[in-house]
Design a protein around this ligand. Structure first.
Ligand SMILES: Cc1ncc(COP(=O)(O)O)c(C=O)c1O
Length: 393
């Protein structure tokens, strides 16, 4: 198998797994317990907090452990909105559904406070002129911009967006789930109030993540109960998961330089495919992108059909469309960039990791060439193969 779907999830690093095992086994104490058996678990949480904080330039007390990126996004945005009941949310058209759906739900409520979606250009980069204009309108109390897009890898101008929000005294959150661990992210460099990250995107375990909360900003907890995480997120902590996230963060901090190799492999893949397959374009080619992500448009080729053939040949990657109950929806992100539904349906995301090898990339290029060749012979353009459902991650 050639795994090129690392933006969906990554393989747990063996060192992460090793570090987690004792916390599933002999060290099972509840971190809230007063006896020594609980204290050792508390110490493990504190160490993990330090490691996660170090990865993003935060103070350990600014890190709240959560169940992952989705919860972190919801907690940050809903908390911030609760402090500005008379104002709404400004976010972008290229958010992951874990932010986009919050905006959609606000649009449905009876308060009349409609959220707004900042547009992107054909490059996929959010438009700062519009961002500034919207924030100047005084209709928004909370602004949230994705740091790097999960489908295209396009990196947003987060520094500028945060500065603009700060000038207008508006709460700024960023969904950095795809950025953290892949590119340098340092919260101390920008006026950011909150940032979301997730363990399983950086070779840590699934179901664990963190929310960075600037220590000078207010937070209204969204999960109430026993007061864990300094009253910011109740519920007995996922100790093995948090320990794993800590080790994954430590490894990621030491391996950010791998991104050059990963980018070289990604470029080798793109150039290889473009050389052997006609009618291929890179979605987001004009933007700065994550080093590991390649979103390719195969003109006249049904993306779902291509995925089926790639899967059969052992290549795992993601569609530019999402199926639910039999209907194929073209990617909202590719559409937001001004491209047609047909381009979105003919686009496929390949995402690499530090485990991807040159041999795999060269093999994958050959497999893509064959699969596209087959589809172009067998299927007249416009026909589609329908496969089983999948969700965007
Ligand atoms: C940009 C982005 N935000 C949020 C999430 C959700 O993270 P999690 O799966 O940890 O809930 C994802 C997952 O794909 C993502 O890519």
């Amino acid at each position: 198998m050639i795994y090129l779907d690392n933006n969906a999830t990554t393989r747990v690093d063996p060192a992460v797994r090793e570090a987690m095992l004792p916390w599933l086994d002999e060290h099972y104490g509840n971190p809230s317990a007063g006896y020594r058996f609980g204290k050792e678990t508390r110490k493990a949480l504190a160490e993990a907090r330090e490691k996660v904080a170090a990865l993003i330039g935060a103070h350990p007390e600014e890190i709240v452990f959560t169940s992952g990126g989705t919860e972190s996004n919801n907690a940050a945005i809903r908390s911030a909105l609760s402090y500005t009941p008379e104002r709404s949310l400004l976010t972008t058209t290229v958010e992951h559904s874990a932010v986009f759906e919050i905006a959609e739900s606000l649009g449905d409520d009876s308060t009349g406070l409609s959220p707004a979606l900042n547009p992107v250009g054909s490059s996929g980069i959010p438009c700062l002129v519009e961002w500034e204009k919207s924030l100047a309108s005084e209709r928004y109390g909370v602004a949230s911009m994705i740091w790097a897009n999960n489908e295209t890898g396009v990196i947003s101008p987060v520094a500028e967006a945060a500065e603009i929000a700060a000038e207008k005294n508006i709460y700024f959150h960023t969904d950095a789930v795809q950025a953290v661990g892949k590119i340098p992210v340092n919260v101390a460099d920008y006026p950011i109030h909150a940032l979301s990250l997730s363990g399983h995107k950086l070779h840590g375990p699934k179901g664990v993540g963190a929310l960075y909360l600037n220590r000078r900003s207010r937070f209204h907890p969204q999960i109430l109960g026993g007061g864990q995480e300094d009253n910011r997120r109740s519920g007995t902590e996922n100790v093995p998961g948090i320990v794993g996230l800590g080790v994954a963060a430590e490894l990621a901090a030491g391996r950010l330089t791998d991104s050059e190799n990963i980018a070289a492999l990604r470029d080798r893949f793109e150039q290889g495919v473009i050389e052997v397959v006609d009618g291929v374009e890179v979605n987001g080619a004009d933007a700065e992108r994550l080093p590991n992500t390649s979103n390719l448009y195969f003109s006249g080729v049904d993306g779902e059909g291509l995925l089926i053939l790639l899967d059969e040949a052992g290549v795992c990657c993601s569609p530019g469309s999402a199926c639910s109950t039999g209907s194929v929806k073209p990617s909202r992100i590719i559409r937001a960039m001004g491209h047609s539904s047909s381009r979105a349906r003919s686009s496929v995301r390949f995402s690499l990791s530090r485990h991807t090898t040159e041999k795999e990339i060269d093999e994958a290029v050959g497999i893509v060439e064959k699969a596209v060749g087959k589809l172009r012979i067998v299927l007249p353009s416009g026909s589609r193969v329908i496969s089983s459902g999948s969700r965007k991650s």
